[in-house]
Design a protein around this ligand. Structure first.
Ligand SMILES: [Zn+2]
Length: 156
């Protein structure tokens, strides 16, 4: 049975991770606090979906500490608290177009990052900064610039 967080988002899709499956990491049993955060995150994503008017495909939601370490995520990653989600909405447009649409809406978020191939959206339980960033990848290293722009990706 799929536990629905909201009309369009299930707990399953917030926990699913191809990397976790591949590496045999159990990412499907988060603490209650995380499940509560994922509920708040799903509320925000409902607003994003309504704003875009198309389905959203989530590639990464919650990451348990082992999974976050395995993929080299930031030590303070909001993903580990169930407060961040990576997604695309190809029926609306590119990740940059999706991020720009969200930034131009009244949706509250802590960080909105154009990651090139996807959008990262994080919320805070306390104080949403409404910060917009663009990630640039250079030979495995990532750096960020303020604002939403084209991502410079250099393949090593
Ligand atoms: Zn992310």
């Amino acid at each position: 049975m799929k536990l629905r967080l909201t009309d369009h988002f299930s707990l399953d899709e917030m926990l699913r991770s191809d990397t976790a499956l591949r590496l045999g990491i159990n990412n499907s049993n988060p603490p209650f606090e995380v499940v509560r955060n994922l509920g708040l995150l799903a509320d925000t994503m409902e607003r994003v979906r309504a704003q875009l008017g198309v389905p959203i495909y989530i590639s990464s939601g919650y990451r348990c500490p082992a999974l976050n370490a395995a993929i080299g995520g930031a030590k303070t990653s909001a993903h580990m608290h169930g407060l961040a989600v990576d997604f695309i909405a190809p029926d609306f447009g590119s990740p940059l177009e999706v991020a720009q649409k969200i930034a131009g809406s009244l949706i509250d978020y802590d960080q909105l990052i154009h990651e090139g191939a996807w959008v990262h959206l994080a919320i805070s339980r306390h104080n949403n900064r409404c910060e917009e960033l663009t990630a640039h990848f250079d030979k495995g290293r990532v750096s960020y610039t303020a604002g939403l722009s084209l991502s410079r990706n250099t393949v090593a």
